[in-house]
Ligand binder design. Structure first.
Ligand code: SF4
Length: 666
């Protein structure tokens, strides 16, 4: 195994043990299973059955149902019987937090039980306690005593189990020793896994979820390494990004986290957590899985002998600073206008610049592109000062005024080119081309060169990553813009493709910018899981939004407010979709502020991860507001909770009045 997966240059699934969940086999090279979780009240048997059926008919191969206490665990029997009576035999999973008693009941009824090692035995007090080794070992013994009965029941009934760690709900014990870290998440699961193995129980799946894709990806990689080192085998992995939110941001965040791991053959089942009805999660899961169904290993990417970076921690690749790219600059966004017939000032609205003719000023939004690729065209108006055009080298040679343009060379065009820019030259490099490494080696000392890396290889992410590793091994510090093209015919699949391909590289610190390309005439399905998209946003706007959302989800460039909202479940105390939309409508301009919207106070505060503020359901019609982990306003009437949240944002000095944008004279 190469550090955390079979190969970094050849697609192949990570070998794992096989787990049996009812009649469903998981892991050990079985197809990647898709699953979701109901949002109904578990005591409402009919509503839960009907929602489960909608999920199953959409393609869910496992359905998870929350069981917060014994009575819900018992009602799983009625739900299961009714589903079976109606002819549905999909395995059910009980979701347990805090209540071993409920788990022990559910394990006798349903095919799988999910426990959270952060709260199965421990009640979280958010206390920082120093544990001596003896005290720590006593705690482990307490886990053994409390957890072993469940393991024995699962063994007896043939029930599977997921040990599902969440970044936001690590126990005080883990927090005190490892902190809020990926390695802490791994150890949290390992404490329970070791107990299960001691009982010779292996029908286990593991997960390492976080709302931060960087943390999530590192934790899964570390877990694989740890299992391999300690047991010589890996248990199947359930992938997911928690509290991803809704709409395109939720899909992008999930696709970055889950897609990054799937690209390396990691993951045996996936759930995309969206703050939407659970059946809408399934098409996203299927689109993600589809990318790997036909994927075969290919030996055409040279193997790597030495990894020039750590895949277990985020560190941005060191690159030369060139203009506003590379070095410590945030990654740039290049808008692709190659296929546009003409380019007018109003076309720039889609990429964050709106021109006001009366005042002769440009309004510049937070998500305004940095470069504009025009191909063979030029622009007959002055661009706003924060935007530069990039055109093909041949076109650039024809220009009288070159100040606003950067030339783009195709690979081998650069060497023989007579005239180049003295300051900045973009070179498009197909990383699948064998001559690309020799080309960049020849340019080693040319401090005007920036590389736009893309790949014609069918496994393009692996190919681009291999090339960037070569740059690192050779200490070639050219800034790199990641070029990703999608030929998919649906917006959903394009979203996933861009997110997985670019996200996987950004999470490993590779990439000083992104350049997303598509052909809008090929898109026949403009829906994002049932909702129209291109009817309200044009293709440029779509690509620009996706670019900034990918950078934000990868935590490499923050350009907007971030929402961490739970997917809702039977515990939810308000309409999460409607509440998230209301909060978003008044706070969307608070760049960089992270707001969590959580359905219940039982798990919500623990799952908010690193949110700056929390809006948490704490009773029927009641909301509790948090600043970080601190309760600031308790049991606020939900009718005034939004105003109270705004007040809290003002008191915390993060509120700004909404203004459209920055003004700049053209
Ligand atoms: S935080 Fe949301 S998804 Fe999690 S248990 Fe509470 S209501 Fe359910």
């Amino acid at each position: 195994m190469q550090t955390y997966c079979p190969s970094l240059t050849r697609y192949s699934r990570l070998p794992t043990l096989e787990v049996k969940i009812g009649d469903l086999l998981l892991g050990n090279f079985h197809p990647i299973r898709v699953q979701t979780m109901t949002t109904t009240d578990t005591m409402d048997t009919l509503a839960t059955v009907e929602q489960s059926i909608r999920c199953i008919e959409a393609g869910a191969e496992l359905v998870r149902i929350t069981a917060p206490s014994k009575k819900e665990a018992e009602n799983l029997g009625n739900i299961k019987n009714e589903l079976r009576r109606r002819g549905y035999h999909t395995p059910l999973v009980a979701d347990i937090h805090f209540t071993p008693n409920a788990a022990e009941i559910a394990a006798r009824i349903v095919e799988k039980v999910r426990i959270n090692p952060g709260n199965y035995v421990d009640k979280k007090k958010f206390e920082h306690i120093e544990y001596t080794d003896a005290e720590y070992n006593e705690e482990i013994e307490r886990i053994r005593q409390r957890f072993t009965p469940l393991v024995k029941i699962c063994k007896e009934y043939g029930t599977a189990m997921r040990i599902g760690t969440n970044h936001g709900s690590l126990s005080d014990r883990i927090m005190s020793r490892y902190g809020d870290t990926p390695i802490g998440m791994v150890e949290s699961a390992m404490e329970f896994l070791r107990v299960a193995r001691d009982e010779s129980y292996h029908n286990i799946v593991l997960s390492m979820k976080s709302s931060n894709p960087q943390v999530m990806v590192q934790a899964y990689r570390l877990l694989i390494r740890q299992m391999d080192a300690e047991f010589g085998v890996c248990y199947p992995l359930h992938l997911g990004v928690t509290e991803a939110g809704d709409g395109e941001d939720g899909r992008i965040k999930s696709a970055i986290g889950i897609g990054t791991l799937l690209e390396d053959g990691i993951g045996d089942t996936i759930r995309v957590s969206l703050t939407e009805d659970p059946e809408f999660e399934i098409p996203v899961c299927k689109d993600l899985v589809k990318r790997y169904q036909q994927r075969a290993g290919s030996d055409t990417i040279p193997p790597i002998q030495k990894l020039p970076y750590s895949p277990f921690e985020y560190r941005r690749r060191v690159s030369r600073s060139l203009a506003n790219i590379g070095g410590t600059h945030v990654p740039v966004v290049m808008a692709d206008f190659m296929k546009a017939k003409t380019i007018n000032p109003e076309d720039l609205t889609a990429i964050g610049y709106s021109y006001d003719a009366a005042s002769d000023k440009w309004n510049i939004g937070d998500a305004a592109a940095d470069y504009l690729y025009t191909g063979k065209k030029t622009i007959d108006f002055h661009l706003p000062g924060t935007l530069r055009a990039v055109c093909d080298h041949k076109k650039w040679l024809e220009l009288d005024q070159r100040d606003e343009y950067v030339p783009l060379f195709q690979g081998d065009e650069y060497d023989p080119a007579g005239e180049r820019s003295d300051t900045l030259n973009f070179i498009a490099v197909d990383t699948a081309n064998d001559s690309s490494v020799a080309l960049v080696e020849r340019l080693r000392d040319d401090a005007t060169v920036l590389l736009c890396c893309y790949s014609s290889h069918p496994q393009s992410m692996l190919s681009v990553r291999r090339f960037i590793m070569e740059l690192m091994l050779r200490d070639l510090r050219f800034p790199v813009i990641l070029g990703v093209e999608s030929e998919h015919t649906s917006i959903d699949e394009q979203l996933i493709h861009f997110s997985a391909e670019a996200g996987a590289l950004l999470l490993d610190g590779m990439g000083d910018g992104i350049w997303l390309m598509n052909d809008p005439t090929r898109i026949v399905n403009t829906h994002v899981s049932g909702r129209t998209y291109l009817e309200t946003k044009n293709n440029q706007q779509f690509l620009n939004n996706i670019s900034f959302s990918i950078l934000q989800a990868a935590r490499t460039r923050i350009s907007k407010t971030e929402y961490i909202s739970c997917p809702s479940c039977g515990r939810t105390l308000f309409d999460l979709q409607e509440t998230t939309a209301r909060i978003r409508s008044v706070t969307h301009h608070l760049k960089g502020v992270k707001i969590a919207i959580m359905g219940c106070i039982v798990n919500g505060p623990g799952e908010m991860a690193d949110a700056d503020f929390g809006y948490v359901g704490s009773g029927p019609g009641k909301v509790t507001l948090y600043r970080g982990k601190e309760v600031v306003k308790r049991s606020v009437d939900s009718a005034i909770a939004l105003e109270e949240l705004i007040l809290l944002l003002k008191e915390s000095d993060v509120w700004i009045e909404p203004v459209a944008s920055t003004l700049m004279t053209s």
